[in-house]
Design a protein around this ligand. Structure first.
Ligand code: PA5
Length: 456
């Protein structure tokens, strides 16, 4: 496999040599933590073999991908104008990130021809009645496929949305045609599985259903049918995504702190958080296409590592606060703080070497002096200069930065990033000694809300 197609990770600006030992990782700290990382690596390998965590191998599931393709082809033959995802958290953020990264900007405003006959996408990940009502106006049931996604099958927000949609579908397309408009994605049936409320719904209307494996948590589920069925409906290159996972899986299986990109990033984040006071992890892509990946990562990092108790039961209040930002936009919003405010952040800056388009700055307005530096150049070059200029400015202020470079934004490179961030989070869980795969703090809020609504 050629390196030309791989994303690259550069931690040199988060080392003590670049930002001083008060703010960067030292060679001694790396040496000292290495045995812990190697031990955690063995543990992760073992747990992967035991199928404790399913996310590692989702991309290998040929039969699941074949099923997704077949069903996506079936539903695509109806020529729907809209695909509406009903889901929240891990059931919503993955497909949003993929659509923004891999489909054209302003997707929903493009003509059907520009979308190559693929549907518009509406990801309903909230219960704001104003938004939901407008979505229903924009997406009449006859022209819409709904995909309700919930692993537990009992999340109040998603079930509330579903009830509203079922009523509308019954009225407008009829119960018999419901199976042409509604697809269910939830946990499999079984003695150890949660009793998903979506199972009886699927049975009642004879709906197509996809399974979320029990060993895959919501925020780690993007390469399961949760992300892959909508991706297939939107015409994304599933093979390219799988290839990206496979490439990164090779890199993230190396028992090495330096060669394994996921472990390297986990170690830098952990050390800088616990030893140098970098309690905030910023992700700042210099690309509109990658902005929602920062949002997806924000959930992954927060929900996985923000834990009161360590695995041995001691109270630790672990976790680093993830923040999303966008370059160059947020240079005019956040960088003042990042450079001169508290030195409490590790910043991941992401650049793209080749955008799909090149936009030349025309040689106009000769009467305006002082803009010659722009005339005849490209917007691409300005973006690159903003990126490099900000990195240098952050270094001058001793702010640690990890750089991730995309040669181009493709299904493969996007999948590489997502896969690496998942493995990084799993390793970080081991370093913080917390369970990265549960979310007790969320569950309690869910239960409380249900009680307040008069439920059990
Ligand atoms: O990562 C997680 O497990 C959560 O964010 C869930 O995805 C989210 O709470 C939605 O849960 P469910 O898919 O059960 O509706």
């Amino acid at each position: 496999m050629s390196n030309q197609l791989d994303i690259r990770i550069d931690v040199s600006r988060a080392r003590s040599g670049a930002v001083t030992s008060a703010h960067g990782v030292t060679a001694d700290e790396l040496r000292e933590i290495e045995p812990r990382v190697l031990k955690a690596h063995e543990q992760l390998l073992r747990e992967r073999e035991e199928k404790k965590y399913g996310f590692f191998d989702l991309y290998k599931h040929d039969a699941v991908f074949a099923d997704i393709r077949e069903k996506a082809a079936h539903f695509s033959s109806f020529g729907y104008e809209n695909l509406v995802v009903l889901g929240i958290g891990g059931s919503a953020l993955g497909i949003t990130a993929l659509n923004t990264a891999l489909n054209l900007p302003y997707w929903n405003m493009l003509s059907r021809a520009a979308r190559k006959g693929r549907p518009r996408l509406f990801v309903m990940d909230n219960i704001d009645p104003d938004t939901f009502k407008v979505m229903m106006r924009l997406c009449p049931p006859k022209k819409t496929l709904y995909n309700v996604i919930s692993k537990s099958g009992e999340t109040a927000e998603t079930i509330c949305q579903l009830l509203i949609i079922v009523e509308k579908l019954e009225k407008e397309v009829g119960a018999a045609a419901m199976k042409d408009h509604l697809v269910v994605t939830t946990s499999p049936k079984g003695p150890n599985a949660p009793k998903s409320l979506l199972h009886p719904v699927a049975e009642t209307y004879n709906l197509v259903s996809f399974e979320i494996p029990l060993n895959v948590g919501g925020r780690f589920s993007v390469f399961s049918p949760v992300g892959m069925f909508p991706a297939a409906m939107l015409g994304m290159d599933l093979d390219g995504l799988r290839e990206g996972c496979a490439r990164m899986d090779i890199r993230c299986s190396l028992p090495s702190v330096t060669l394994n990109s996921a472990y390297l990033r986990a170690v830098y984040h952990y050390l800088l958080d616990t030893r140098k006071g970098k309690h905030i992890a910023v992700m700042m892509p210099y690309s509109d296409a990658l902005r929602d990946i920062a949002d997806w990562y924000r959930q992954l990092w927060a929900e996985s590592l923000g834990k009161r108790f360590a695995m041995d039961g001691t109270e630790v209040f672990a976790g680093q606060t993830p923040v999303k930002a966008l370059g160059a936009t947020d240079q005019h919003s956040q960088i003042q703080l990042y450079r001169e405010g508290p030195n409490d952040k590790i910043i991941t800056m992401i650049d793209v070497q080749r955008f799909s388009s090149t936009l030349k700055v025309p040689d106009v307005l000769p009467q305006i002096s002082g803009v010659d530096y722009l005339r005849g150049k490209t917007m691409n070059r300005l973006m690159n200069a903003e990126f490099l200029g900000t990195m240098d400015a952050l270094k001058a202020s001793h702010r640690p930065v990890i750089r991730i470079t995309f040669p181009r934004i493709t299904p493969s490179t996007v999948a590489q990033l997502l896969y690496m961030l998942e493995v990084e989070t799993a390793m970080a869980g081991k370093l913080y000694r917390v369970n990265a795969f549960d979310q007790p703090g969320v569950e309690e809020g869910k239960k409380n809300a249900r009680k307040r609504m008069g439920g059990e």
